[in-house]
Design a protein around this ligand. Structure first.
Ligand code: HPA
Length: 304
């Protein structure tokens, strides 16, 4: 009898532990909408306790583009590690903090650094910070990212304004029970990227002799770079640029009804179009582009 009791107790304990683990996995993958939304609110509340700043625009700074935030008139700064529930990046060149500042008369929440799917975060975790910024008030998302150029007419150091994307190689951040408070279940992706913002960025680029193109972005999972044959496939599918971020954020932003713009910085030609690829090159190329990038983003924000 004692033995049976011990076995039943052990079984009950094992089931309870498994249940907790399942619950955790659920909230991480976003399939439990209530848990996930509470987590967004929890993050937003912690930020509100530190600053009452209400951002108009969420600006996400990609690989190596973080020094844009160096010379700003900052109202508040919060390291991601100080926000319970916020994912923290593990990649060099992506030190994570939120910066609140006013630029060109607009109130900005800058994400200096983002987390990536290839770090092992679910896509729901990846888009969590942007969703929190929307909860804080941001109606516009300006995304930026380093990319490889698939289009052979583009050059390293040029910028590409994303007009459309291919998301088919990474999971959707909208999978799981829909969070109705954020947006609708089936979202139209016919026009993700705001045409007016693209035109403004183009005119800022023209005035400042910054080489800029329009193009279609494909997001891969990473972290490995692509093979030449994969790049050939993406080219055939209609992509001009390839990167390991941004598209999932654009989808989440569109889901929330945000106005979206994406500025890509070409740090390398894609696999097959140059001899070899390295993360060091990606970082040094984006460092070299940081001045033009700042001009482009400043000009865009001021004219919005
Ligand atoms: N491929 C994927 N992601 C990238 C690249 C690339 O060539 N360059 C910068 N990010």
């Amino acid at each position: 009898m004692k033995k049976i009791l011990t076995i039943s107790l052990a079984l009950a304990l094992a089931l309870a532990v498994a249940g907790c683990a399942y619950k955790k996995a659920d909230s991480e993958t976003g399939t439990d909408a209530t848990d996930y939304y509470s987590r967004l609110e929890h993050c937003a509340e912690q930020i509100r306790r530190k600053t009452d700043f209400v951002p108009d625009i969420a600006l996400v700074l990609g690989s190596g583009l973080g020094n844009f935030a160096d010379n700003l008139d900052i109202t508040a700064e919060i390291p991601y590690s100080e926000i319970d529930g916020f994912p923290v990046s593990t990649v060099a060149g992506h030190d994570g903090k939120l910066i609140f500042c006013t630029l060109g008369g607009k109130k900005l929440a800058i994400m200096k650094g983002r987390v990536h799917y290839y770090e092992g975060y679910s896509v729901h975790e990846v888009v969590l910070p942007l969703r929190v910024l929307h909860l804080l008030g941001a109606k516009t998302a300006i995304l930026t990212n380093a990319v490889g150029a698939i289009n052979a007419d583009f050059n390293v150091g040029d910028f590409v304004l994303t007009t459309d994307h291919i998301s088919s190689f990474v999971p959707s951040p909208l999978i799981g029970e829909n969070i109705d408070k954020l947006g609708e279940r089936f979202v139209d992706m016919s026009k993700v990227y705001d045409e007016e913002m693209i035109s403004i960025a183009e005119s800022v680029a023209a005035r400042n002799s910054i080489p800029v193109h329009r193009g279609v972005l494909v997001q891969t999972s990473g972290p490995q770079y692509e093979t030449p044959t994969e790049i050939q496939m993406y080219r055939n599918a209609g992509a001009d640029t390839v990167g390991m971020s941004t598209v999932v954020e654009a989808i989440a932003a569109k889901h929330m009804g945000m106005r979206v713009c994406d500025i890509c910085c070409i740090t390398n030609m894609a696999a097959g179009l140059q001899e070899k690829l390295s993360h060091d090159e990606v970082q040094s190329s984006s460092d070299n582009s940081s001045k033009s990038f700042a001009t482009l983003v400043n000009g865009l924000i001021s004219e919005l």
